[in-house]
Every structure is written in C-alpha cells, then in structure tokens.
Design a protein around this ligand. Structure first.
Ligand SMILES: CC[C@@H](C(=O)O)C(=O)SCCNC(=O)CCNC(=O)[C@H](O)C(C)(C)COP(=O)(O)OP(=O)(O)OC[C@H]1O[C@@H](n2cnc3c(N)ncnc32)[C@H](O)[C@@H]1OP(=O)(O)O
Length: 253
C-alpha cells in the first residue's frame, strides 16, 4: 500500500494513516481502494481499536482530490466515484470494532465525512474542521451528511452542513463533533494516552458495546439515506456552479 499506511501494533491499536501529505491527504481512487483493503486487514487482526489519522501535522484529510475528480463532468460519472467511497464509509460506520478518527490537522469536505463514519472523534488543537462542500456548490457526497446527523444533535449537524463553516477544534468540541482535543506535544502519544481507558477493556467487552451501538441503527434506512445523499450530490455535481467553484480552487494553486 502506498497512499494508506497500515500499522498493526501489539498494544491493541491498528493505525490507518492517510498518506498523501503533499496533497493534504486528499482522497483519490487508489486511496479509496487502499483504505478499503486496510479496513479488511484491521477487521481480521487482533486489534481492539482502529484509529484513522493522517500523515503529517497539517491535514487529516482535505476531502476528495479535486485535481482528479474535476475531470468527472456528468451526474453518472460523479455517482460512480461517490458511490465507491460511500460504500466504504457505510462499512466504516458499521465496522465491528471501535473506530477513532484522530484529526492530526485540518479535516474538510470528505475528510469530515470519514470522521463522521468513525465512532469517536478527537483532534489536535490546530485542526480546522468543516463540511465545506457547500462552497463547492455540492453537498456531502459520500453519505457522510447522513452519518453526521446520527452523531450530533440535529441543530448542530444542520449548522455544520448548511453553513459550510470551518471551525477550530475547540468550537467543534463544543458543538459535539469532537469528543476531545488532544493537547500533548506528540499527537500520537496523546491519542494513545487518551485511548488507554478504552484499552483496559478486553476485546469481548469493546466489541459487545460496539455491537449494541450498531443495534441502534436501522441498517437499511441508513443505506437508503446515504444513497439519496449520493444521488443528490451527483445531480449537483454536473451544475456550472460546482464546476466553476472547483475551477477557482484549482486556479489558485
Ligand atoms: C469530492 C468529494 C466531496 C465529498 O463528497 O465530500 C468533497 O470532499 S468536496 C470538498 C473537497 N475539498 C475541498 O474543497 C478542500 C480544498 N482544499 C483546501 O481548502 C485547502 O487546500 C486545505 C485542505 C484547507 C489545506 O489548506 P493549506 O494547508 O493552506 O494547504 P494548500 O491549500 O496550500 O494545499 C496544499 C496542496 O494540497 C492541494 N490540495 C489540498 N486539498 C486538496 C483537494 N481536496 N484536492 C486536490 N488537491 C488538494 C492543494 O491544491 C495544494 O497543492 P499545490 O498547490 O500543488 O501544492
């Protein structure tokens, strides 16, 4: 694997690291496939907790790779890509082990959707967090908007999605998006320390509680809502508003 690094440590944690630091860990098709493969490995290994984080200090994930995905012009082309990642996020949402999104830096767009699919979200103090899709003339397109509404209060979720605002970590914690802000100098050590109370529990305890969390959800309903979200985003994708917004971003580079 190249765009995703997998570290299966013997302390109960499997680390999945998004590894395109020079692109702020933006997601391309190869990364989607490697993320899916990393989840398969993590599902089978001895870990009790799976942590998804980004390489470097600047970004957790800058969302979908606009320099690649701007080539997708039509609703059908967009839908194929959105569905591919949506399927992975649905898998992550119903993953049998506890999952943590450790936001080592900025998480915007699809980066926030990945975080929403995880059970727990923690971040470095400097991380900036925002569902910025609205500024690109689209909605969340990987089903993460649906997942967000299952994680936060309705008011907080609607504020994050409908304003496309970018929040500092502390503000995101106050909104309920983050469980905690990790202040240690070494983010990785801080994340490990933060997870220590969870890791005191054995595998059976953690997986049983995770199963009860999953029981709360009507899987078919979540699936249908994510599909509706993907379809809606695909429709907006082919509008001039979206293509012009992406063009502006790419021209700034
Ligand atoms: C497509 C799926 C859709 C969904 O369903 O959710 C989305 O994800 S839409 C949202 C897509 N993401 C964005 O709109 C964010 C765009 N990026 C940014 O706003 C900023 O780059 C950043 C992520 C906030 C980081 O800012 P900063 O730290 O100041 O770095 P730079 O802007 O200089 O970026 C460095 C480098 O990385 C490239 N980059 C960053 N994000 C993306 C991206 N999403 N796609 C492609 N490339 C990205 C950026 O262009 C720079 O490249 P160079 O100029 O060549 O160094």
């Amino acid at each position: 694997m190249k765009t995703v690094l997998l570290e299966q440590s013997n302390d109960g944690i499997t680390w999945i690291r998004l590894n395109r630091e020079e692109r702020r860990n933006a997601i391309n098709i190869e990364m989607m496939e490697e993320l899916d493969a990393a989840l398969s490995a993590a599902e089978e290994d001895e870990s009790r907790i799976v942590v998804i984080t980004g390489v470097g200090q600047k970004a957790f994930c800058g969302g979908g790779d606009l320099s690649v995905f701007h080539k997708l012009k039509t609703e059908a082309e967009a839908k194929e890509m959105l569905l591919k990642m949506g399927t992975i996020l649905e898998r992550l949402f119903f993953f049998p082990k506890v999952t943590v999104a450790a936001l080592n830096g900025t998480a915007v767009g699809g980066g926030c959707e990945i975080a929403s699919a995880c059970d727990l979200r923690i971040a470095a103090p400097h991380a900036k967090i925002g569902f910025v899709q609205g500024a690109q003339g689209i909605t969340t397109g990987w089903g993460g908007g649906t997942l967000l509404t299952e994680r936060l209060t309705q008011l907080a979720a609607m504020e994050m999605l409908m304003t496309a605002r970018v929040y500092h970590s502390e503000e995101a914690r106050e909104l309920g998006f983050l469980q905690d802000v990790i202040v240690e100098d070494s983010f990785q050590e801080g994340v490990k320390n933060w997870m220590a109370p969870y890791l005191k529990q054995n595998k059976g305890v953690l997986s049983a509680y995770k199963a009860r969390l999953i029981d709360r959800f009507d899987r078919q309903m979540i699936h249908n809502r994510m599909n509706n979200e993907i379809n809606e985003c695909a429709r907006l994708w082919e509008t001039d508003d979206h293509h012009e917004a992406v063009q502006r971003f790419l021209e700034k580079r």
